[in-house]
Design a protein around this ligand. Sequence first.
Ligand SMILES: [Fe+2]
Length: 460
Amino acid sequence: MLLASRLLRLQLFRFVIILVLVLSYVENGNAGLTSTFVRTQWPAADIPLDNEVFAIPKGYNAPQQVHITQGDYDGKAVIISWVTPDEPGSNTVKYGTSENSYDFSAEGTITNYTFYKYKSGYIHHCLVDGLEYDSKYYYKIGEGDSSRVFWFQTPPEIDPDASYTFGIIGDLGQTYNSLSTLEHYMKSGGQSVLFAGDLSYADRYQYDDVGIRWDSWGRFIEQSAAYQPWIWSAGNHEIEYMPDMEEVLPFKSFLHRFATPHTASKSTNPLWYAIRRASAHIIVLSSYSPFVKYTPQWTWLREELKRVNREKTPWLIVVMHVPIYNSNAAHYMEGESMRAVFESWFVRSKVDFIFAGHVHAYERSYRISNIHYNVTTGDRYPVPDKSAPVYLTVGDGGNQEGLVGRFFDPQPDYSAFREASYGHSTLEIRNRTHAFYQWNRNDDGKPETTDSVIFHNQYW
Ligand SMILES: [Fe+2]
């Protein structure tokens, strides 16, 4: 009798356990996926300065740290930037549409700066405009034996059905993981990089090493950034507010080294601006500049959103550093202040994608909004919203701070996919209605797509 009662209790216990498991599965049936993939990775340490990826080009005063970005509103111009270490040297870009024949030339500007006791090289920025769409240009900088030649491809004309592939990279740094991300990106077919902030992580160093690590990073990214435009947004590692070293001017290194075409979109500050490229209208915001009501960034964004014409550029993309929706304990809610100010505009404007970095992991959201949030009534949960953007966190470039895997459990309803690995994304815009998006985990050389989605345009 005693045995029978024990067996009955055991059966009952099993039944309750199974019931709990089934119910919890049903509850999470529509929830997103938290990847359990764990891979070995290189230590999150910067590559030593004497490594070949930071090699200084041969020749006296040879141009180094060459990078380009879009130079106007519509993609018929580039800004070419480089550094000469010893003296200002030539400030001319010679360029043309066939190799070894440079029919045109443009003159740049030269700047330099100090950081603690470090003195930068001579930083050149040269606007090359009046280019033809869909053309390959060769360009030559430097003098005599020290001159160097690069090339780039201009985008197609602004057209709602123009196809174009953007890469998205954030929080890159200069470790072996960063190198893996960069090498994978360069094989992806991406034609231009949307960079979600936190470039070199040079601010993790002290004194003269801050400037030295900006220089090494400039040489590191040249293999891609000299050949295709990287569209820059600034992150917290660009602020470099270092009173101990008497460096208190925010974004000093970044603003000297990286130009943006901000005046072309009527912005008064290089940290926020917009460009149009192929079939996309791209808005770059600064998470670390004032953005509350009536500030310059707020006023500019209000006006820029009015200039968006989805009949010409159907794809509306926002790039910033701090994610607005992210379910990782790292940097949790740091984007809440910007959400409170701008989310209703993003929803009303039917923004397609908001790319951010900052959190060193990958995450994609469903289309959700929290614009009904009311601190007085307590109405506080994000809800599905077909007009809302998809939020993508791509802060997984591979910098020396390493990954963050502290995802909230259970995964919130708004989170579609998340994984703490290094990688980058690509967004292949096919036409006015469809785009193929994928996040690619670094994987030692084999192509591996981990999260892929076909997105429909929010306007068409
Ligand atoms: Fe950051």
